[in-house]
Design a protein around this ligand. Sequence first.
Ligand SMILES: [Zn+2]
Length: 148
Amino acid sequence: MCNSVNRSQFETKLKEVYSGAVIPLTNYVNDHSTMVFQCSSCHVTFFGKPSNMVGQAHQQHACNMPYGDQSGERLAKVSTNNKARKGKSNIKNTIKQLDQHLAEGVQPKSVARQLGLNYILVMHYIKVKEEMEQAKEQAKEQGKEVAQ
Ligand SMILES: [Zn+2]
């Protein structure tokens, strides 16, 4: 674990690899915790592990590939085509709505339907959020080692 990168190292590397096109939408927790990314070149939003995003070429995000990378391993994307009916609403908006619905206790399945999202993506998002919350709690307990 001692050679895992920290958050700022990861963000620097991410910028290098994608020339700043890919931005993280969720907080970096550690190398292996899945995050949500958005690519401003192809407007795909997708899940990825930090270690993959800046790892081997075939694991990295590739523009316009169905699942955000060449091997299609990423779980899902929010397609710009699917969203067309919602006009220009961007992913941050979608995530905001997602958070809202979930906070209101709406079932993930209904949320997915309402927002036109992949159910697996919604479930994955919930898991990512839980991991983030857990990491935050841990960080609180351990001083601030994890958060940094
Ligand atoms: Zn792209």
